[in-house]
Design a protein around this ligand. Structure first.
Ligand code: SF4
Length: 272
C-alpha cells in the first residue's frame, strides 16, 4: 500500500472505516506460515551441496525436477527456519562491515552456478572473505544448546560434507564453520582445510547418479521399503509410472546425452 493511501486511511474517522475484521495476529501468522509462498521452494534441476549427503534417489528426482509432495512444515518449524535465516543475514551484515573496516572484501551468499561446474551443482556458500593473503570461506550455523555443547573439535559431518563441496568448487583452501548457540549467543568456530578425497567421493556420488540416469535407471531406494514421510519425493518414489523416461524433459535429456564424467571413467558405468 502506498504511503499516501495509508495516511488517508489513518486520517479517516473510526466510524467510516471498513467493518471490524476480527484480527488475530497469531491466527494470521499461522495461516500465512503454511502457505507455499512462506514455505518457499528449493531449487530443482541441480544438485545442492546441503543435500548431497542424503538419499541418491531423492537427489536424482531433484535433478529431474520430479513432482514434489505438498510441503507442510508446521508454523513453529517455519519460525525456527526464519530465525535461522535472520541470524545468517545479521552475521553476513556484520562480516561485510568488519571487512570494509579492514579494507578487505566480503561476498555474502557466494553463488555456485550449475552451468559452471561439470556436476550441475548449484548453491550458495554463506560468505567469502577476500584477503590480501587469499580467500577464506564461511559457513554460518545456528544451533540449539544441546547440539552446541556436543561440538568439540570439528563441525558436524553433514556440514563439513556441504562446506567441503563449496571449497572444491570455489577453490578455497580454508572453511571457517561458525556455530552460534541460539539459547545463549555463545559461538564456536572450526577451521577445516580442503579435503580432496572427500570432494572426489562427493562428486563421484553425483557422477554415479548421472551415469544411472544416462541409462534411464534410478538409484535404488535407501531401503527396499523406504517410505520416509519427510521426503518430498515420497509419492513419486512409489509411483511405478514415474520412470526416468517419463520424467526427462527435452532439455534434461539433451544435457544428459552430452554429459561426461570427470572422476569416473566411462568403463565404471556398469559398476555404478
Ligand atoms: S522415499 Fe526414501 S528412497 Fe524414496 S526418494 Fe525419498 S528418501 Fe529416497
Amino acid at each position: 500500500m502506498k504511503l499516501a493511501t495509508v495516511l488517508r486511511e489513518l486520517a479517516r474517522p473510526e466510524e467510516e472505516r471498513a467493518p471490524d475484521y476480527d484480527f488475530d495476529l497469531i491466527r494470521e501468522l499461522n495461516e500465512y506460515l503454511v502457505t507455499k509462498e512462506a514455505q518457499g521452494v528449493r531449487s530443482s534441476g541441480s544438485f545442492n551441496p546441503s543435500g548431497l549427503e542424503g538419499c541418491k534417489r531423492a537427489l536424482a528426482y531433484n535433478y529431474l525436477k520430479a513432482p514434489v509432495n505438498e510441503v507442510n512444515h508446521d508454523p513453529r518449524l517455519m519460525i525456527t527456519f526464519e530465525l535461522g535465516h535472520y541470524i545468517h543475514e545479521r552475521f553476513q551484515d556484520i562480516f561485510t562491515r568488519m571487512a570494509k573496516r579492514k579494507g578487505w572484501d566480503f561476498i555474502p551468499e557466494m553463488r555456485i552456478i550449475r552451468t559452471l561446474n561439470p556436476w550441475f551443482v548449484s548453491g550458495r556458500c554463506d560468505g567469502l572473505f577476500v584477503l590480501p593473503t587469499g580467500k577464506e570461506a564461511i559457513e554460518i550455523k545456528s544451533i540449539h544448546k544441546d547440539g552446541f555443547n556436543r561440538l568439540f573439535d570439528r563441525p558436524l559431518y553433514e556440514h563439513q560434507y556441504q562446506g567441503n563441496c563449496y571449497q572444491g568448487l570455489l577453490k578455497v583452501n580454508r572453511m571457517h564453520y561458525l556455530y552460534i548457540c541460539k539459547d545463549n549467543s555463545q559461538i564456536k568456530t572450526f577451521v577445516v582445510p580442503f579435503d580432496r578425497e572427500l570432494f572426489n567421493s562427493t562428486m563421484g556420488k553425483i557422477e554415479r547418479i548421472l551415469l544411472k540416469l544416462q541409462d534411464w535407471r534410478l538409484p535404488k531406494r535407501i531401503t527396499p521399503d523406504c517410505r520416509d514421510k519427510k521426503c518430498k519425493f515420497l509419492s513419486v518414489c512409489w509411483d511405478e509410472s514415474q520412470t526416468v523416461e517419463r520424467l526427462l524433459t527435452d532439455e534434461t535429456r539433451k544435457e544428459l546425452e552430452e554429459w561426461k564424467p570427470v572422476i569416473f571413467h566411462r568403463s565404471a558405468r556398469k559398476a555404478a
